[in-house]
Design a binder for this molecule. Structure first.
Ligand code: FAD
Length: 228
């Protein structure tokens, strides 16, 4: 289906939030849509994007996309203006919340735009469980922290939400320095009934998978969404 771009927000130097005039858009928290480039050959013309909307009742569908200057689709997408149309699929994917009745903590781990599906997953975690919810969010520098106001406000308003921004290239107030792995590992000590969701690019996901296995978590306790 083609939808009109209703708004574009420059969220960080390389990331834009694209809002589409979809009306209420049916999806399960964590799902993605497939965007089709109209001019590229079949087989090279589709890219997946996690749904970054907070819930399916919003009148606009939100996507949060990082520019890959050497890529074939994002440079074209970043030329798009409000009022132009984008072709996207229905919601797809099985990266969803599991065992919502379980009372163990829920730990979300993301780098970069990997935080997009966690917007709705975290929102739903509060509605559907009493669990403590942790978001460990890795970036290089402070200005890359996507939705920072949203996470910080949520932390102030909701005692069950804990936000851990982690920076690998600069030290900053209220941020951890280094990589996401050491932070979620320390949160998971003794938490045998935790559930863990990891989203981002290959290197981070691969390392997290190995570390979670070593920590003794079983396959049913964690889920991954890998962007490449
Ligand atoms: C399920 C799923 C959900 C996704 N959701 C999002 C999302 O919400 N936001 C988002 O920005 N992207 C998301 N992606 C990635 C997206 O589908 C594209 O791969 C990305 O936008 C690059 O497209 P491109 O055509 O510009 O580059 P391509 O021409 O496809 O890219 C060329 C190469 O660069 C790699 N690459 C591209 N960007 C990066 C990067 N930042 N870090 C490391 N390697 C990279 C690609 O894997 C590829 O090998 C998702 C991918 C999947 C599979």
């Amino acid at each position: 289906m083609e939808y009109r771009i209703s708004r574009i927000i420059q969220e960080s130097p390389r990331v834009r939030r694209f809002f589409l005039d979809t009306g209420a858009f049916d999806f399960n928290p964590g799902q993605f849509v497939v965007l089709t480039h109209p001019d590229l050959p079949f087989g090279q013309n589709q890219r997946s994007y996690s749904i970054a909307s907070l819930n399916s009742k919003q009148e606009e569908l939100e996507l949060c996309i990082v520019l890959n200057e050497k890529g074939s689709v994002t440079p074209w997408l970043f030329q798009k203006k409000v009022g132009e149309m984008l072709d996207i699929s229905l919601a797809q994917g099985t990266f969803n919340l599991k065992n919502e009745g379980n009372s163990g903590p829920i730990v979300f781990v993301a780098t970069g735009t990997g935080v997009a599906p966690f917007r709705s997953m975290i929102d739903a975690s509060f509605k559907n469980s009493d669990a403590e919810v942790h978001l460990v969010f890795g970036n290089r520098i402070q200005e890359d922290i996507l939705y920072r106001d949203h996470w910080e406000t949520l932390q102030l308003e909701n005692a069950r939400f804990h936000f851990y921004p982690v920076l690998s290239r600069e030290e900053a107030l209220n941020c951890h320095f280094g990589y996401v792995h050491g932070i979620y590992e320390s949160l998971l000590i003794g938490q045998t009934d935790a559930r863990i969701y990891v989203c981002g690019w290959q290197d981070m996901c691969k390392e997290a998978r190995e570390r979670l296995k070593l920590l003794g978590f079983n396959r049913k306790q964690y889920a991954f969404e890998q962007y490449d």
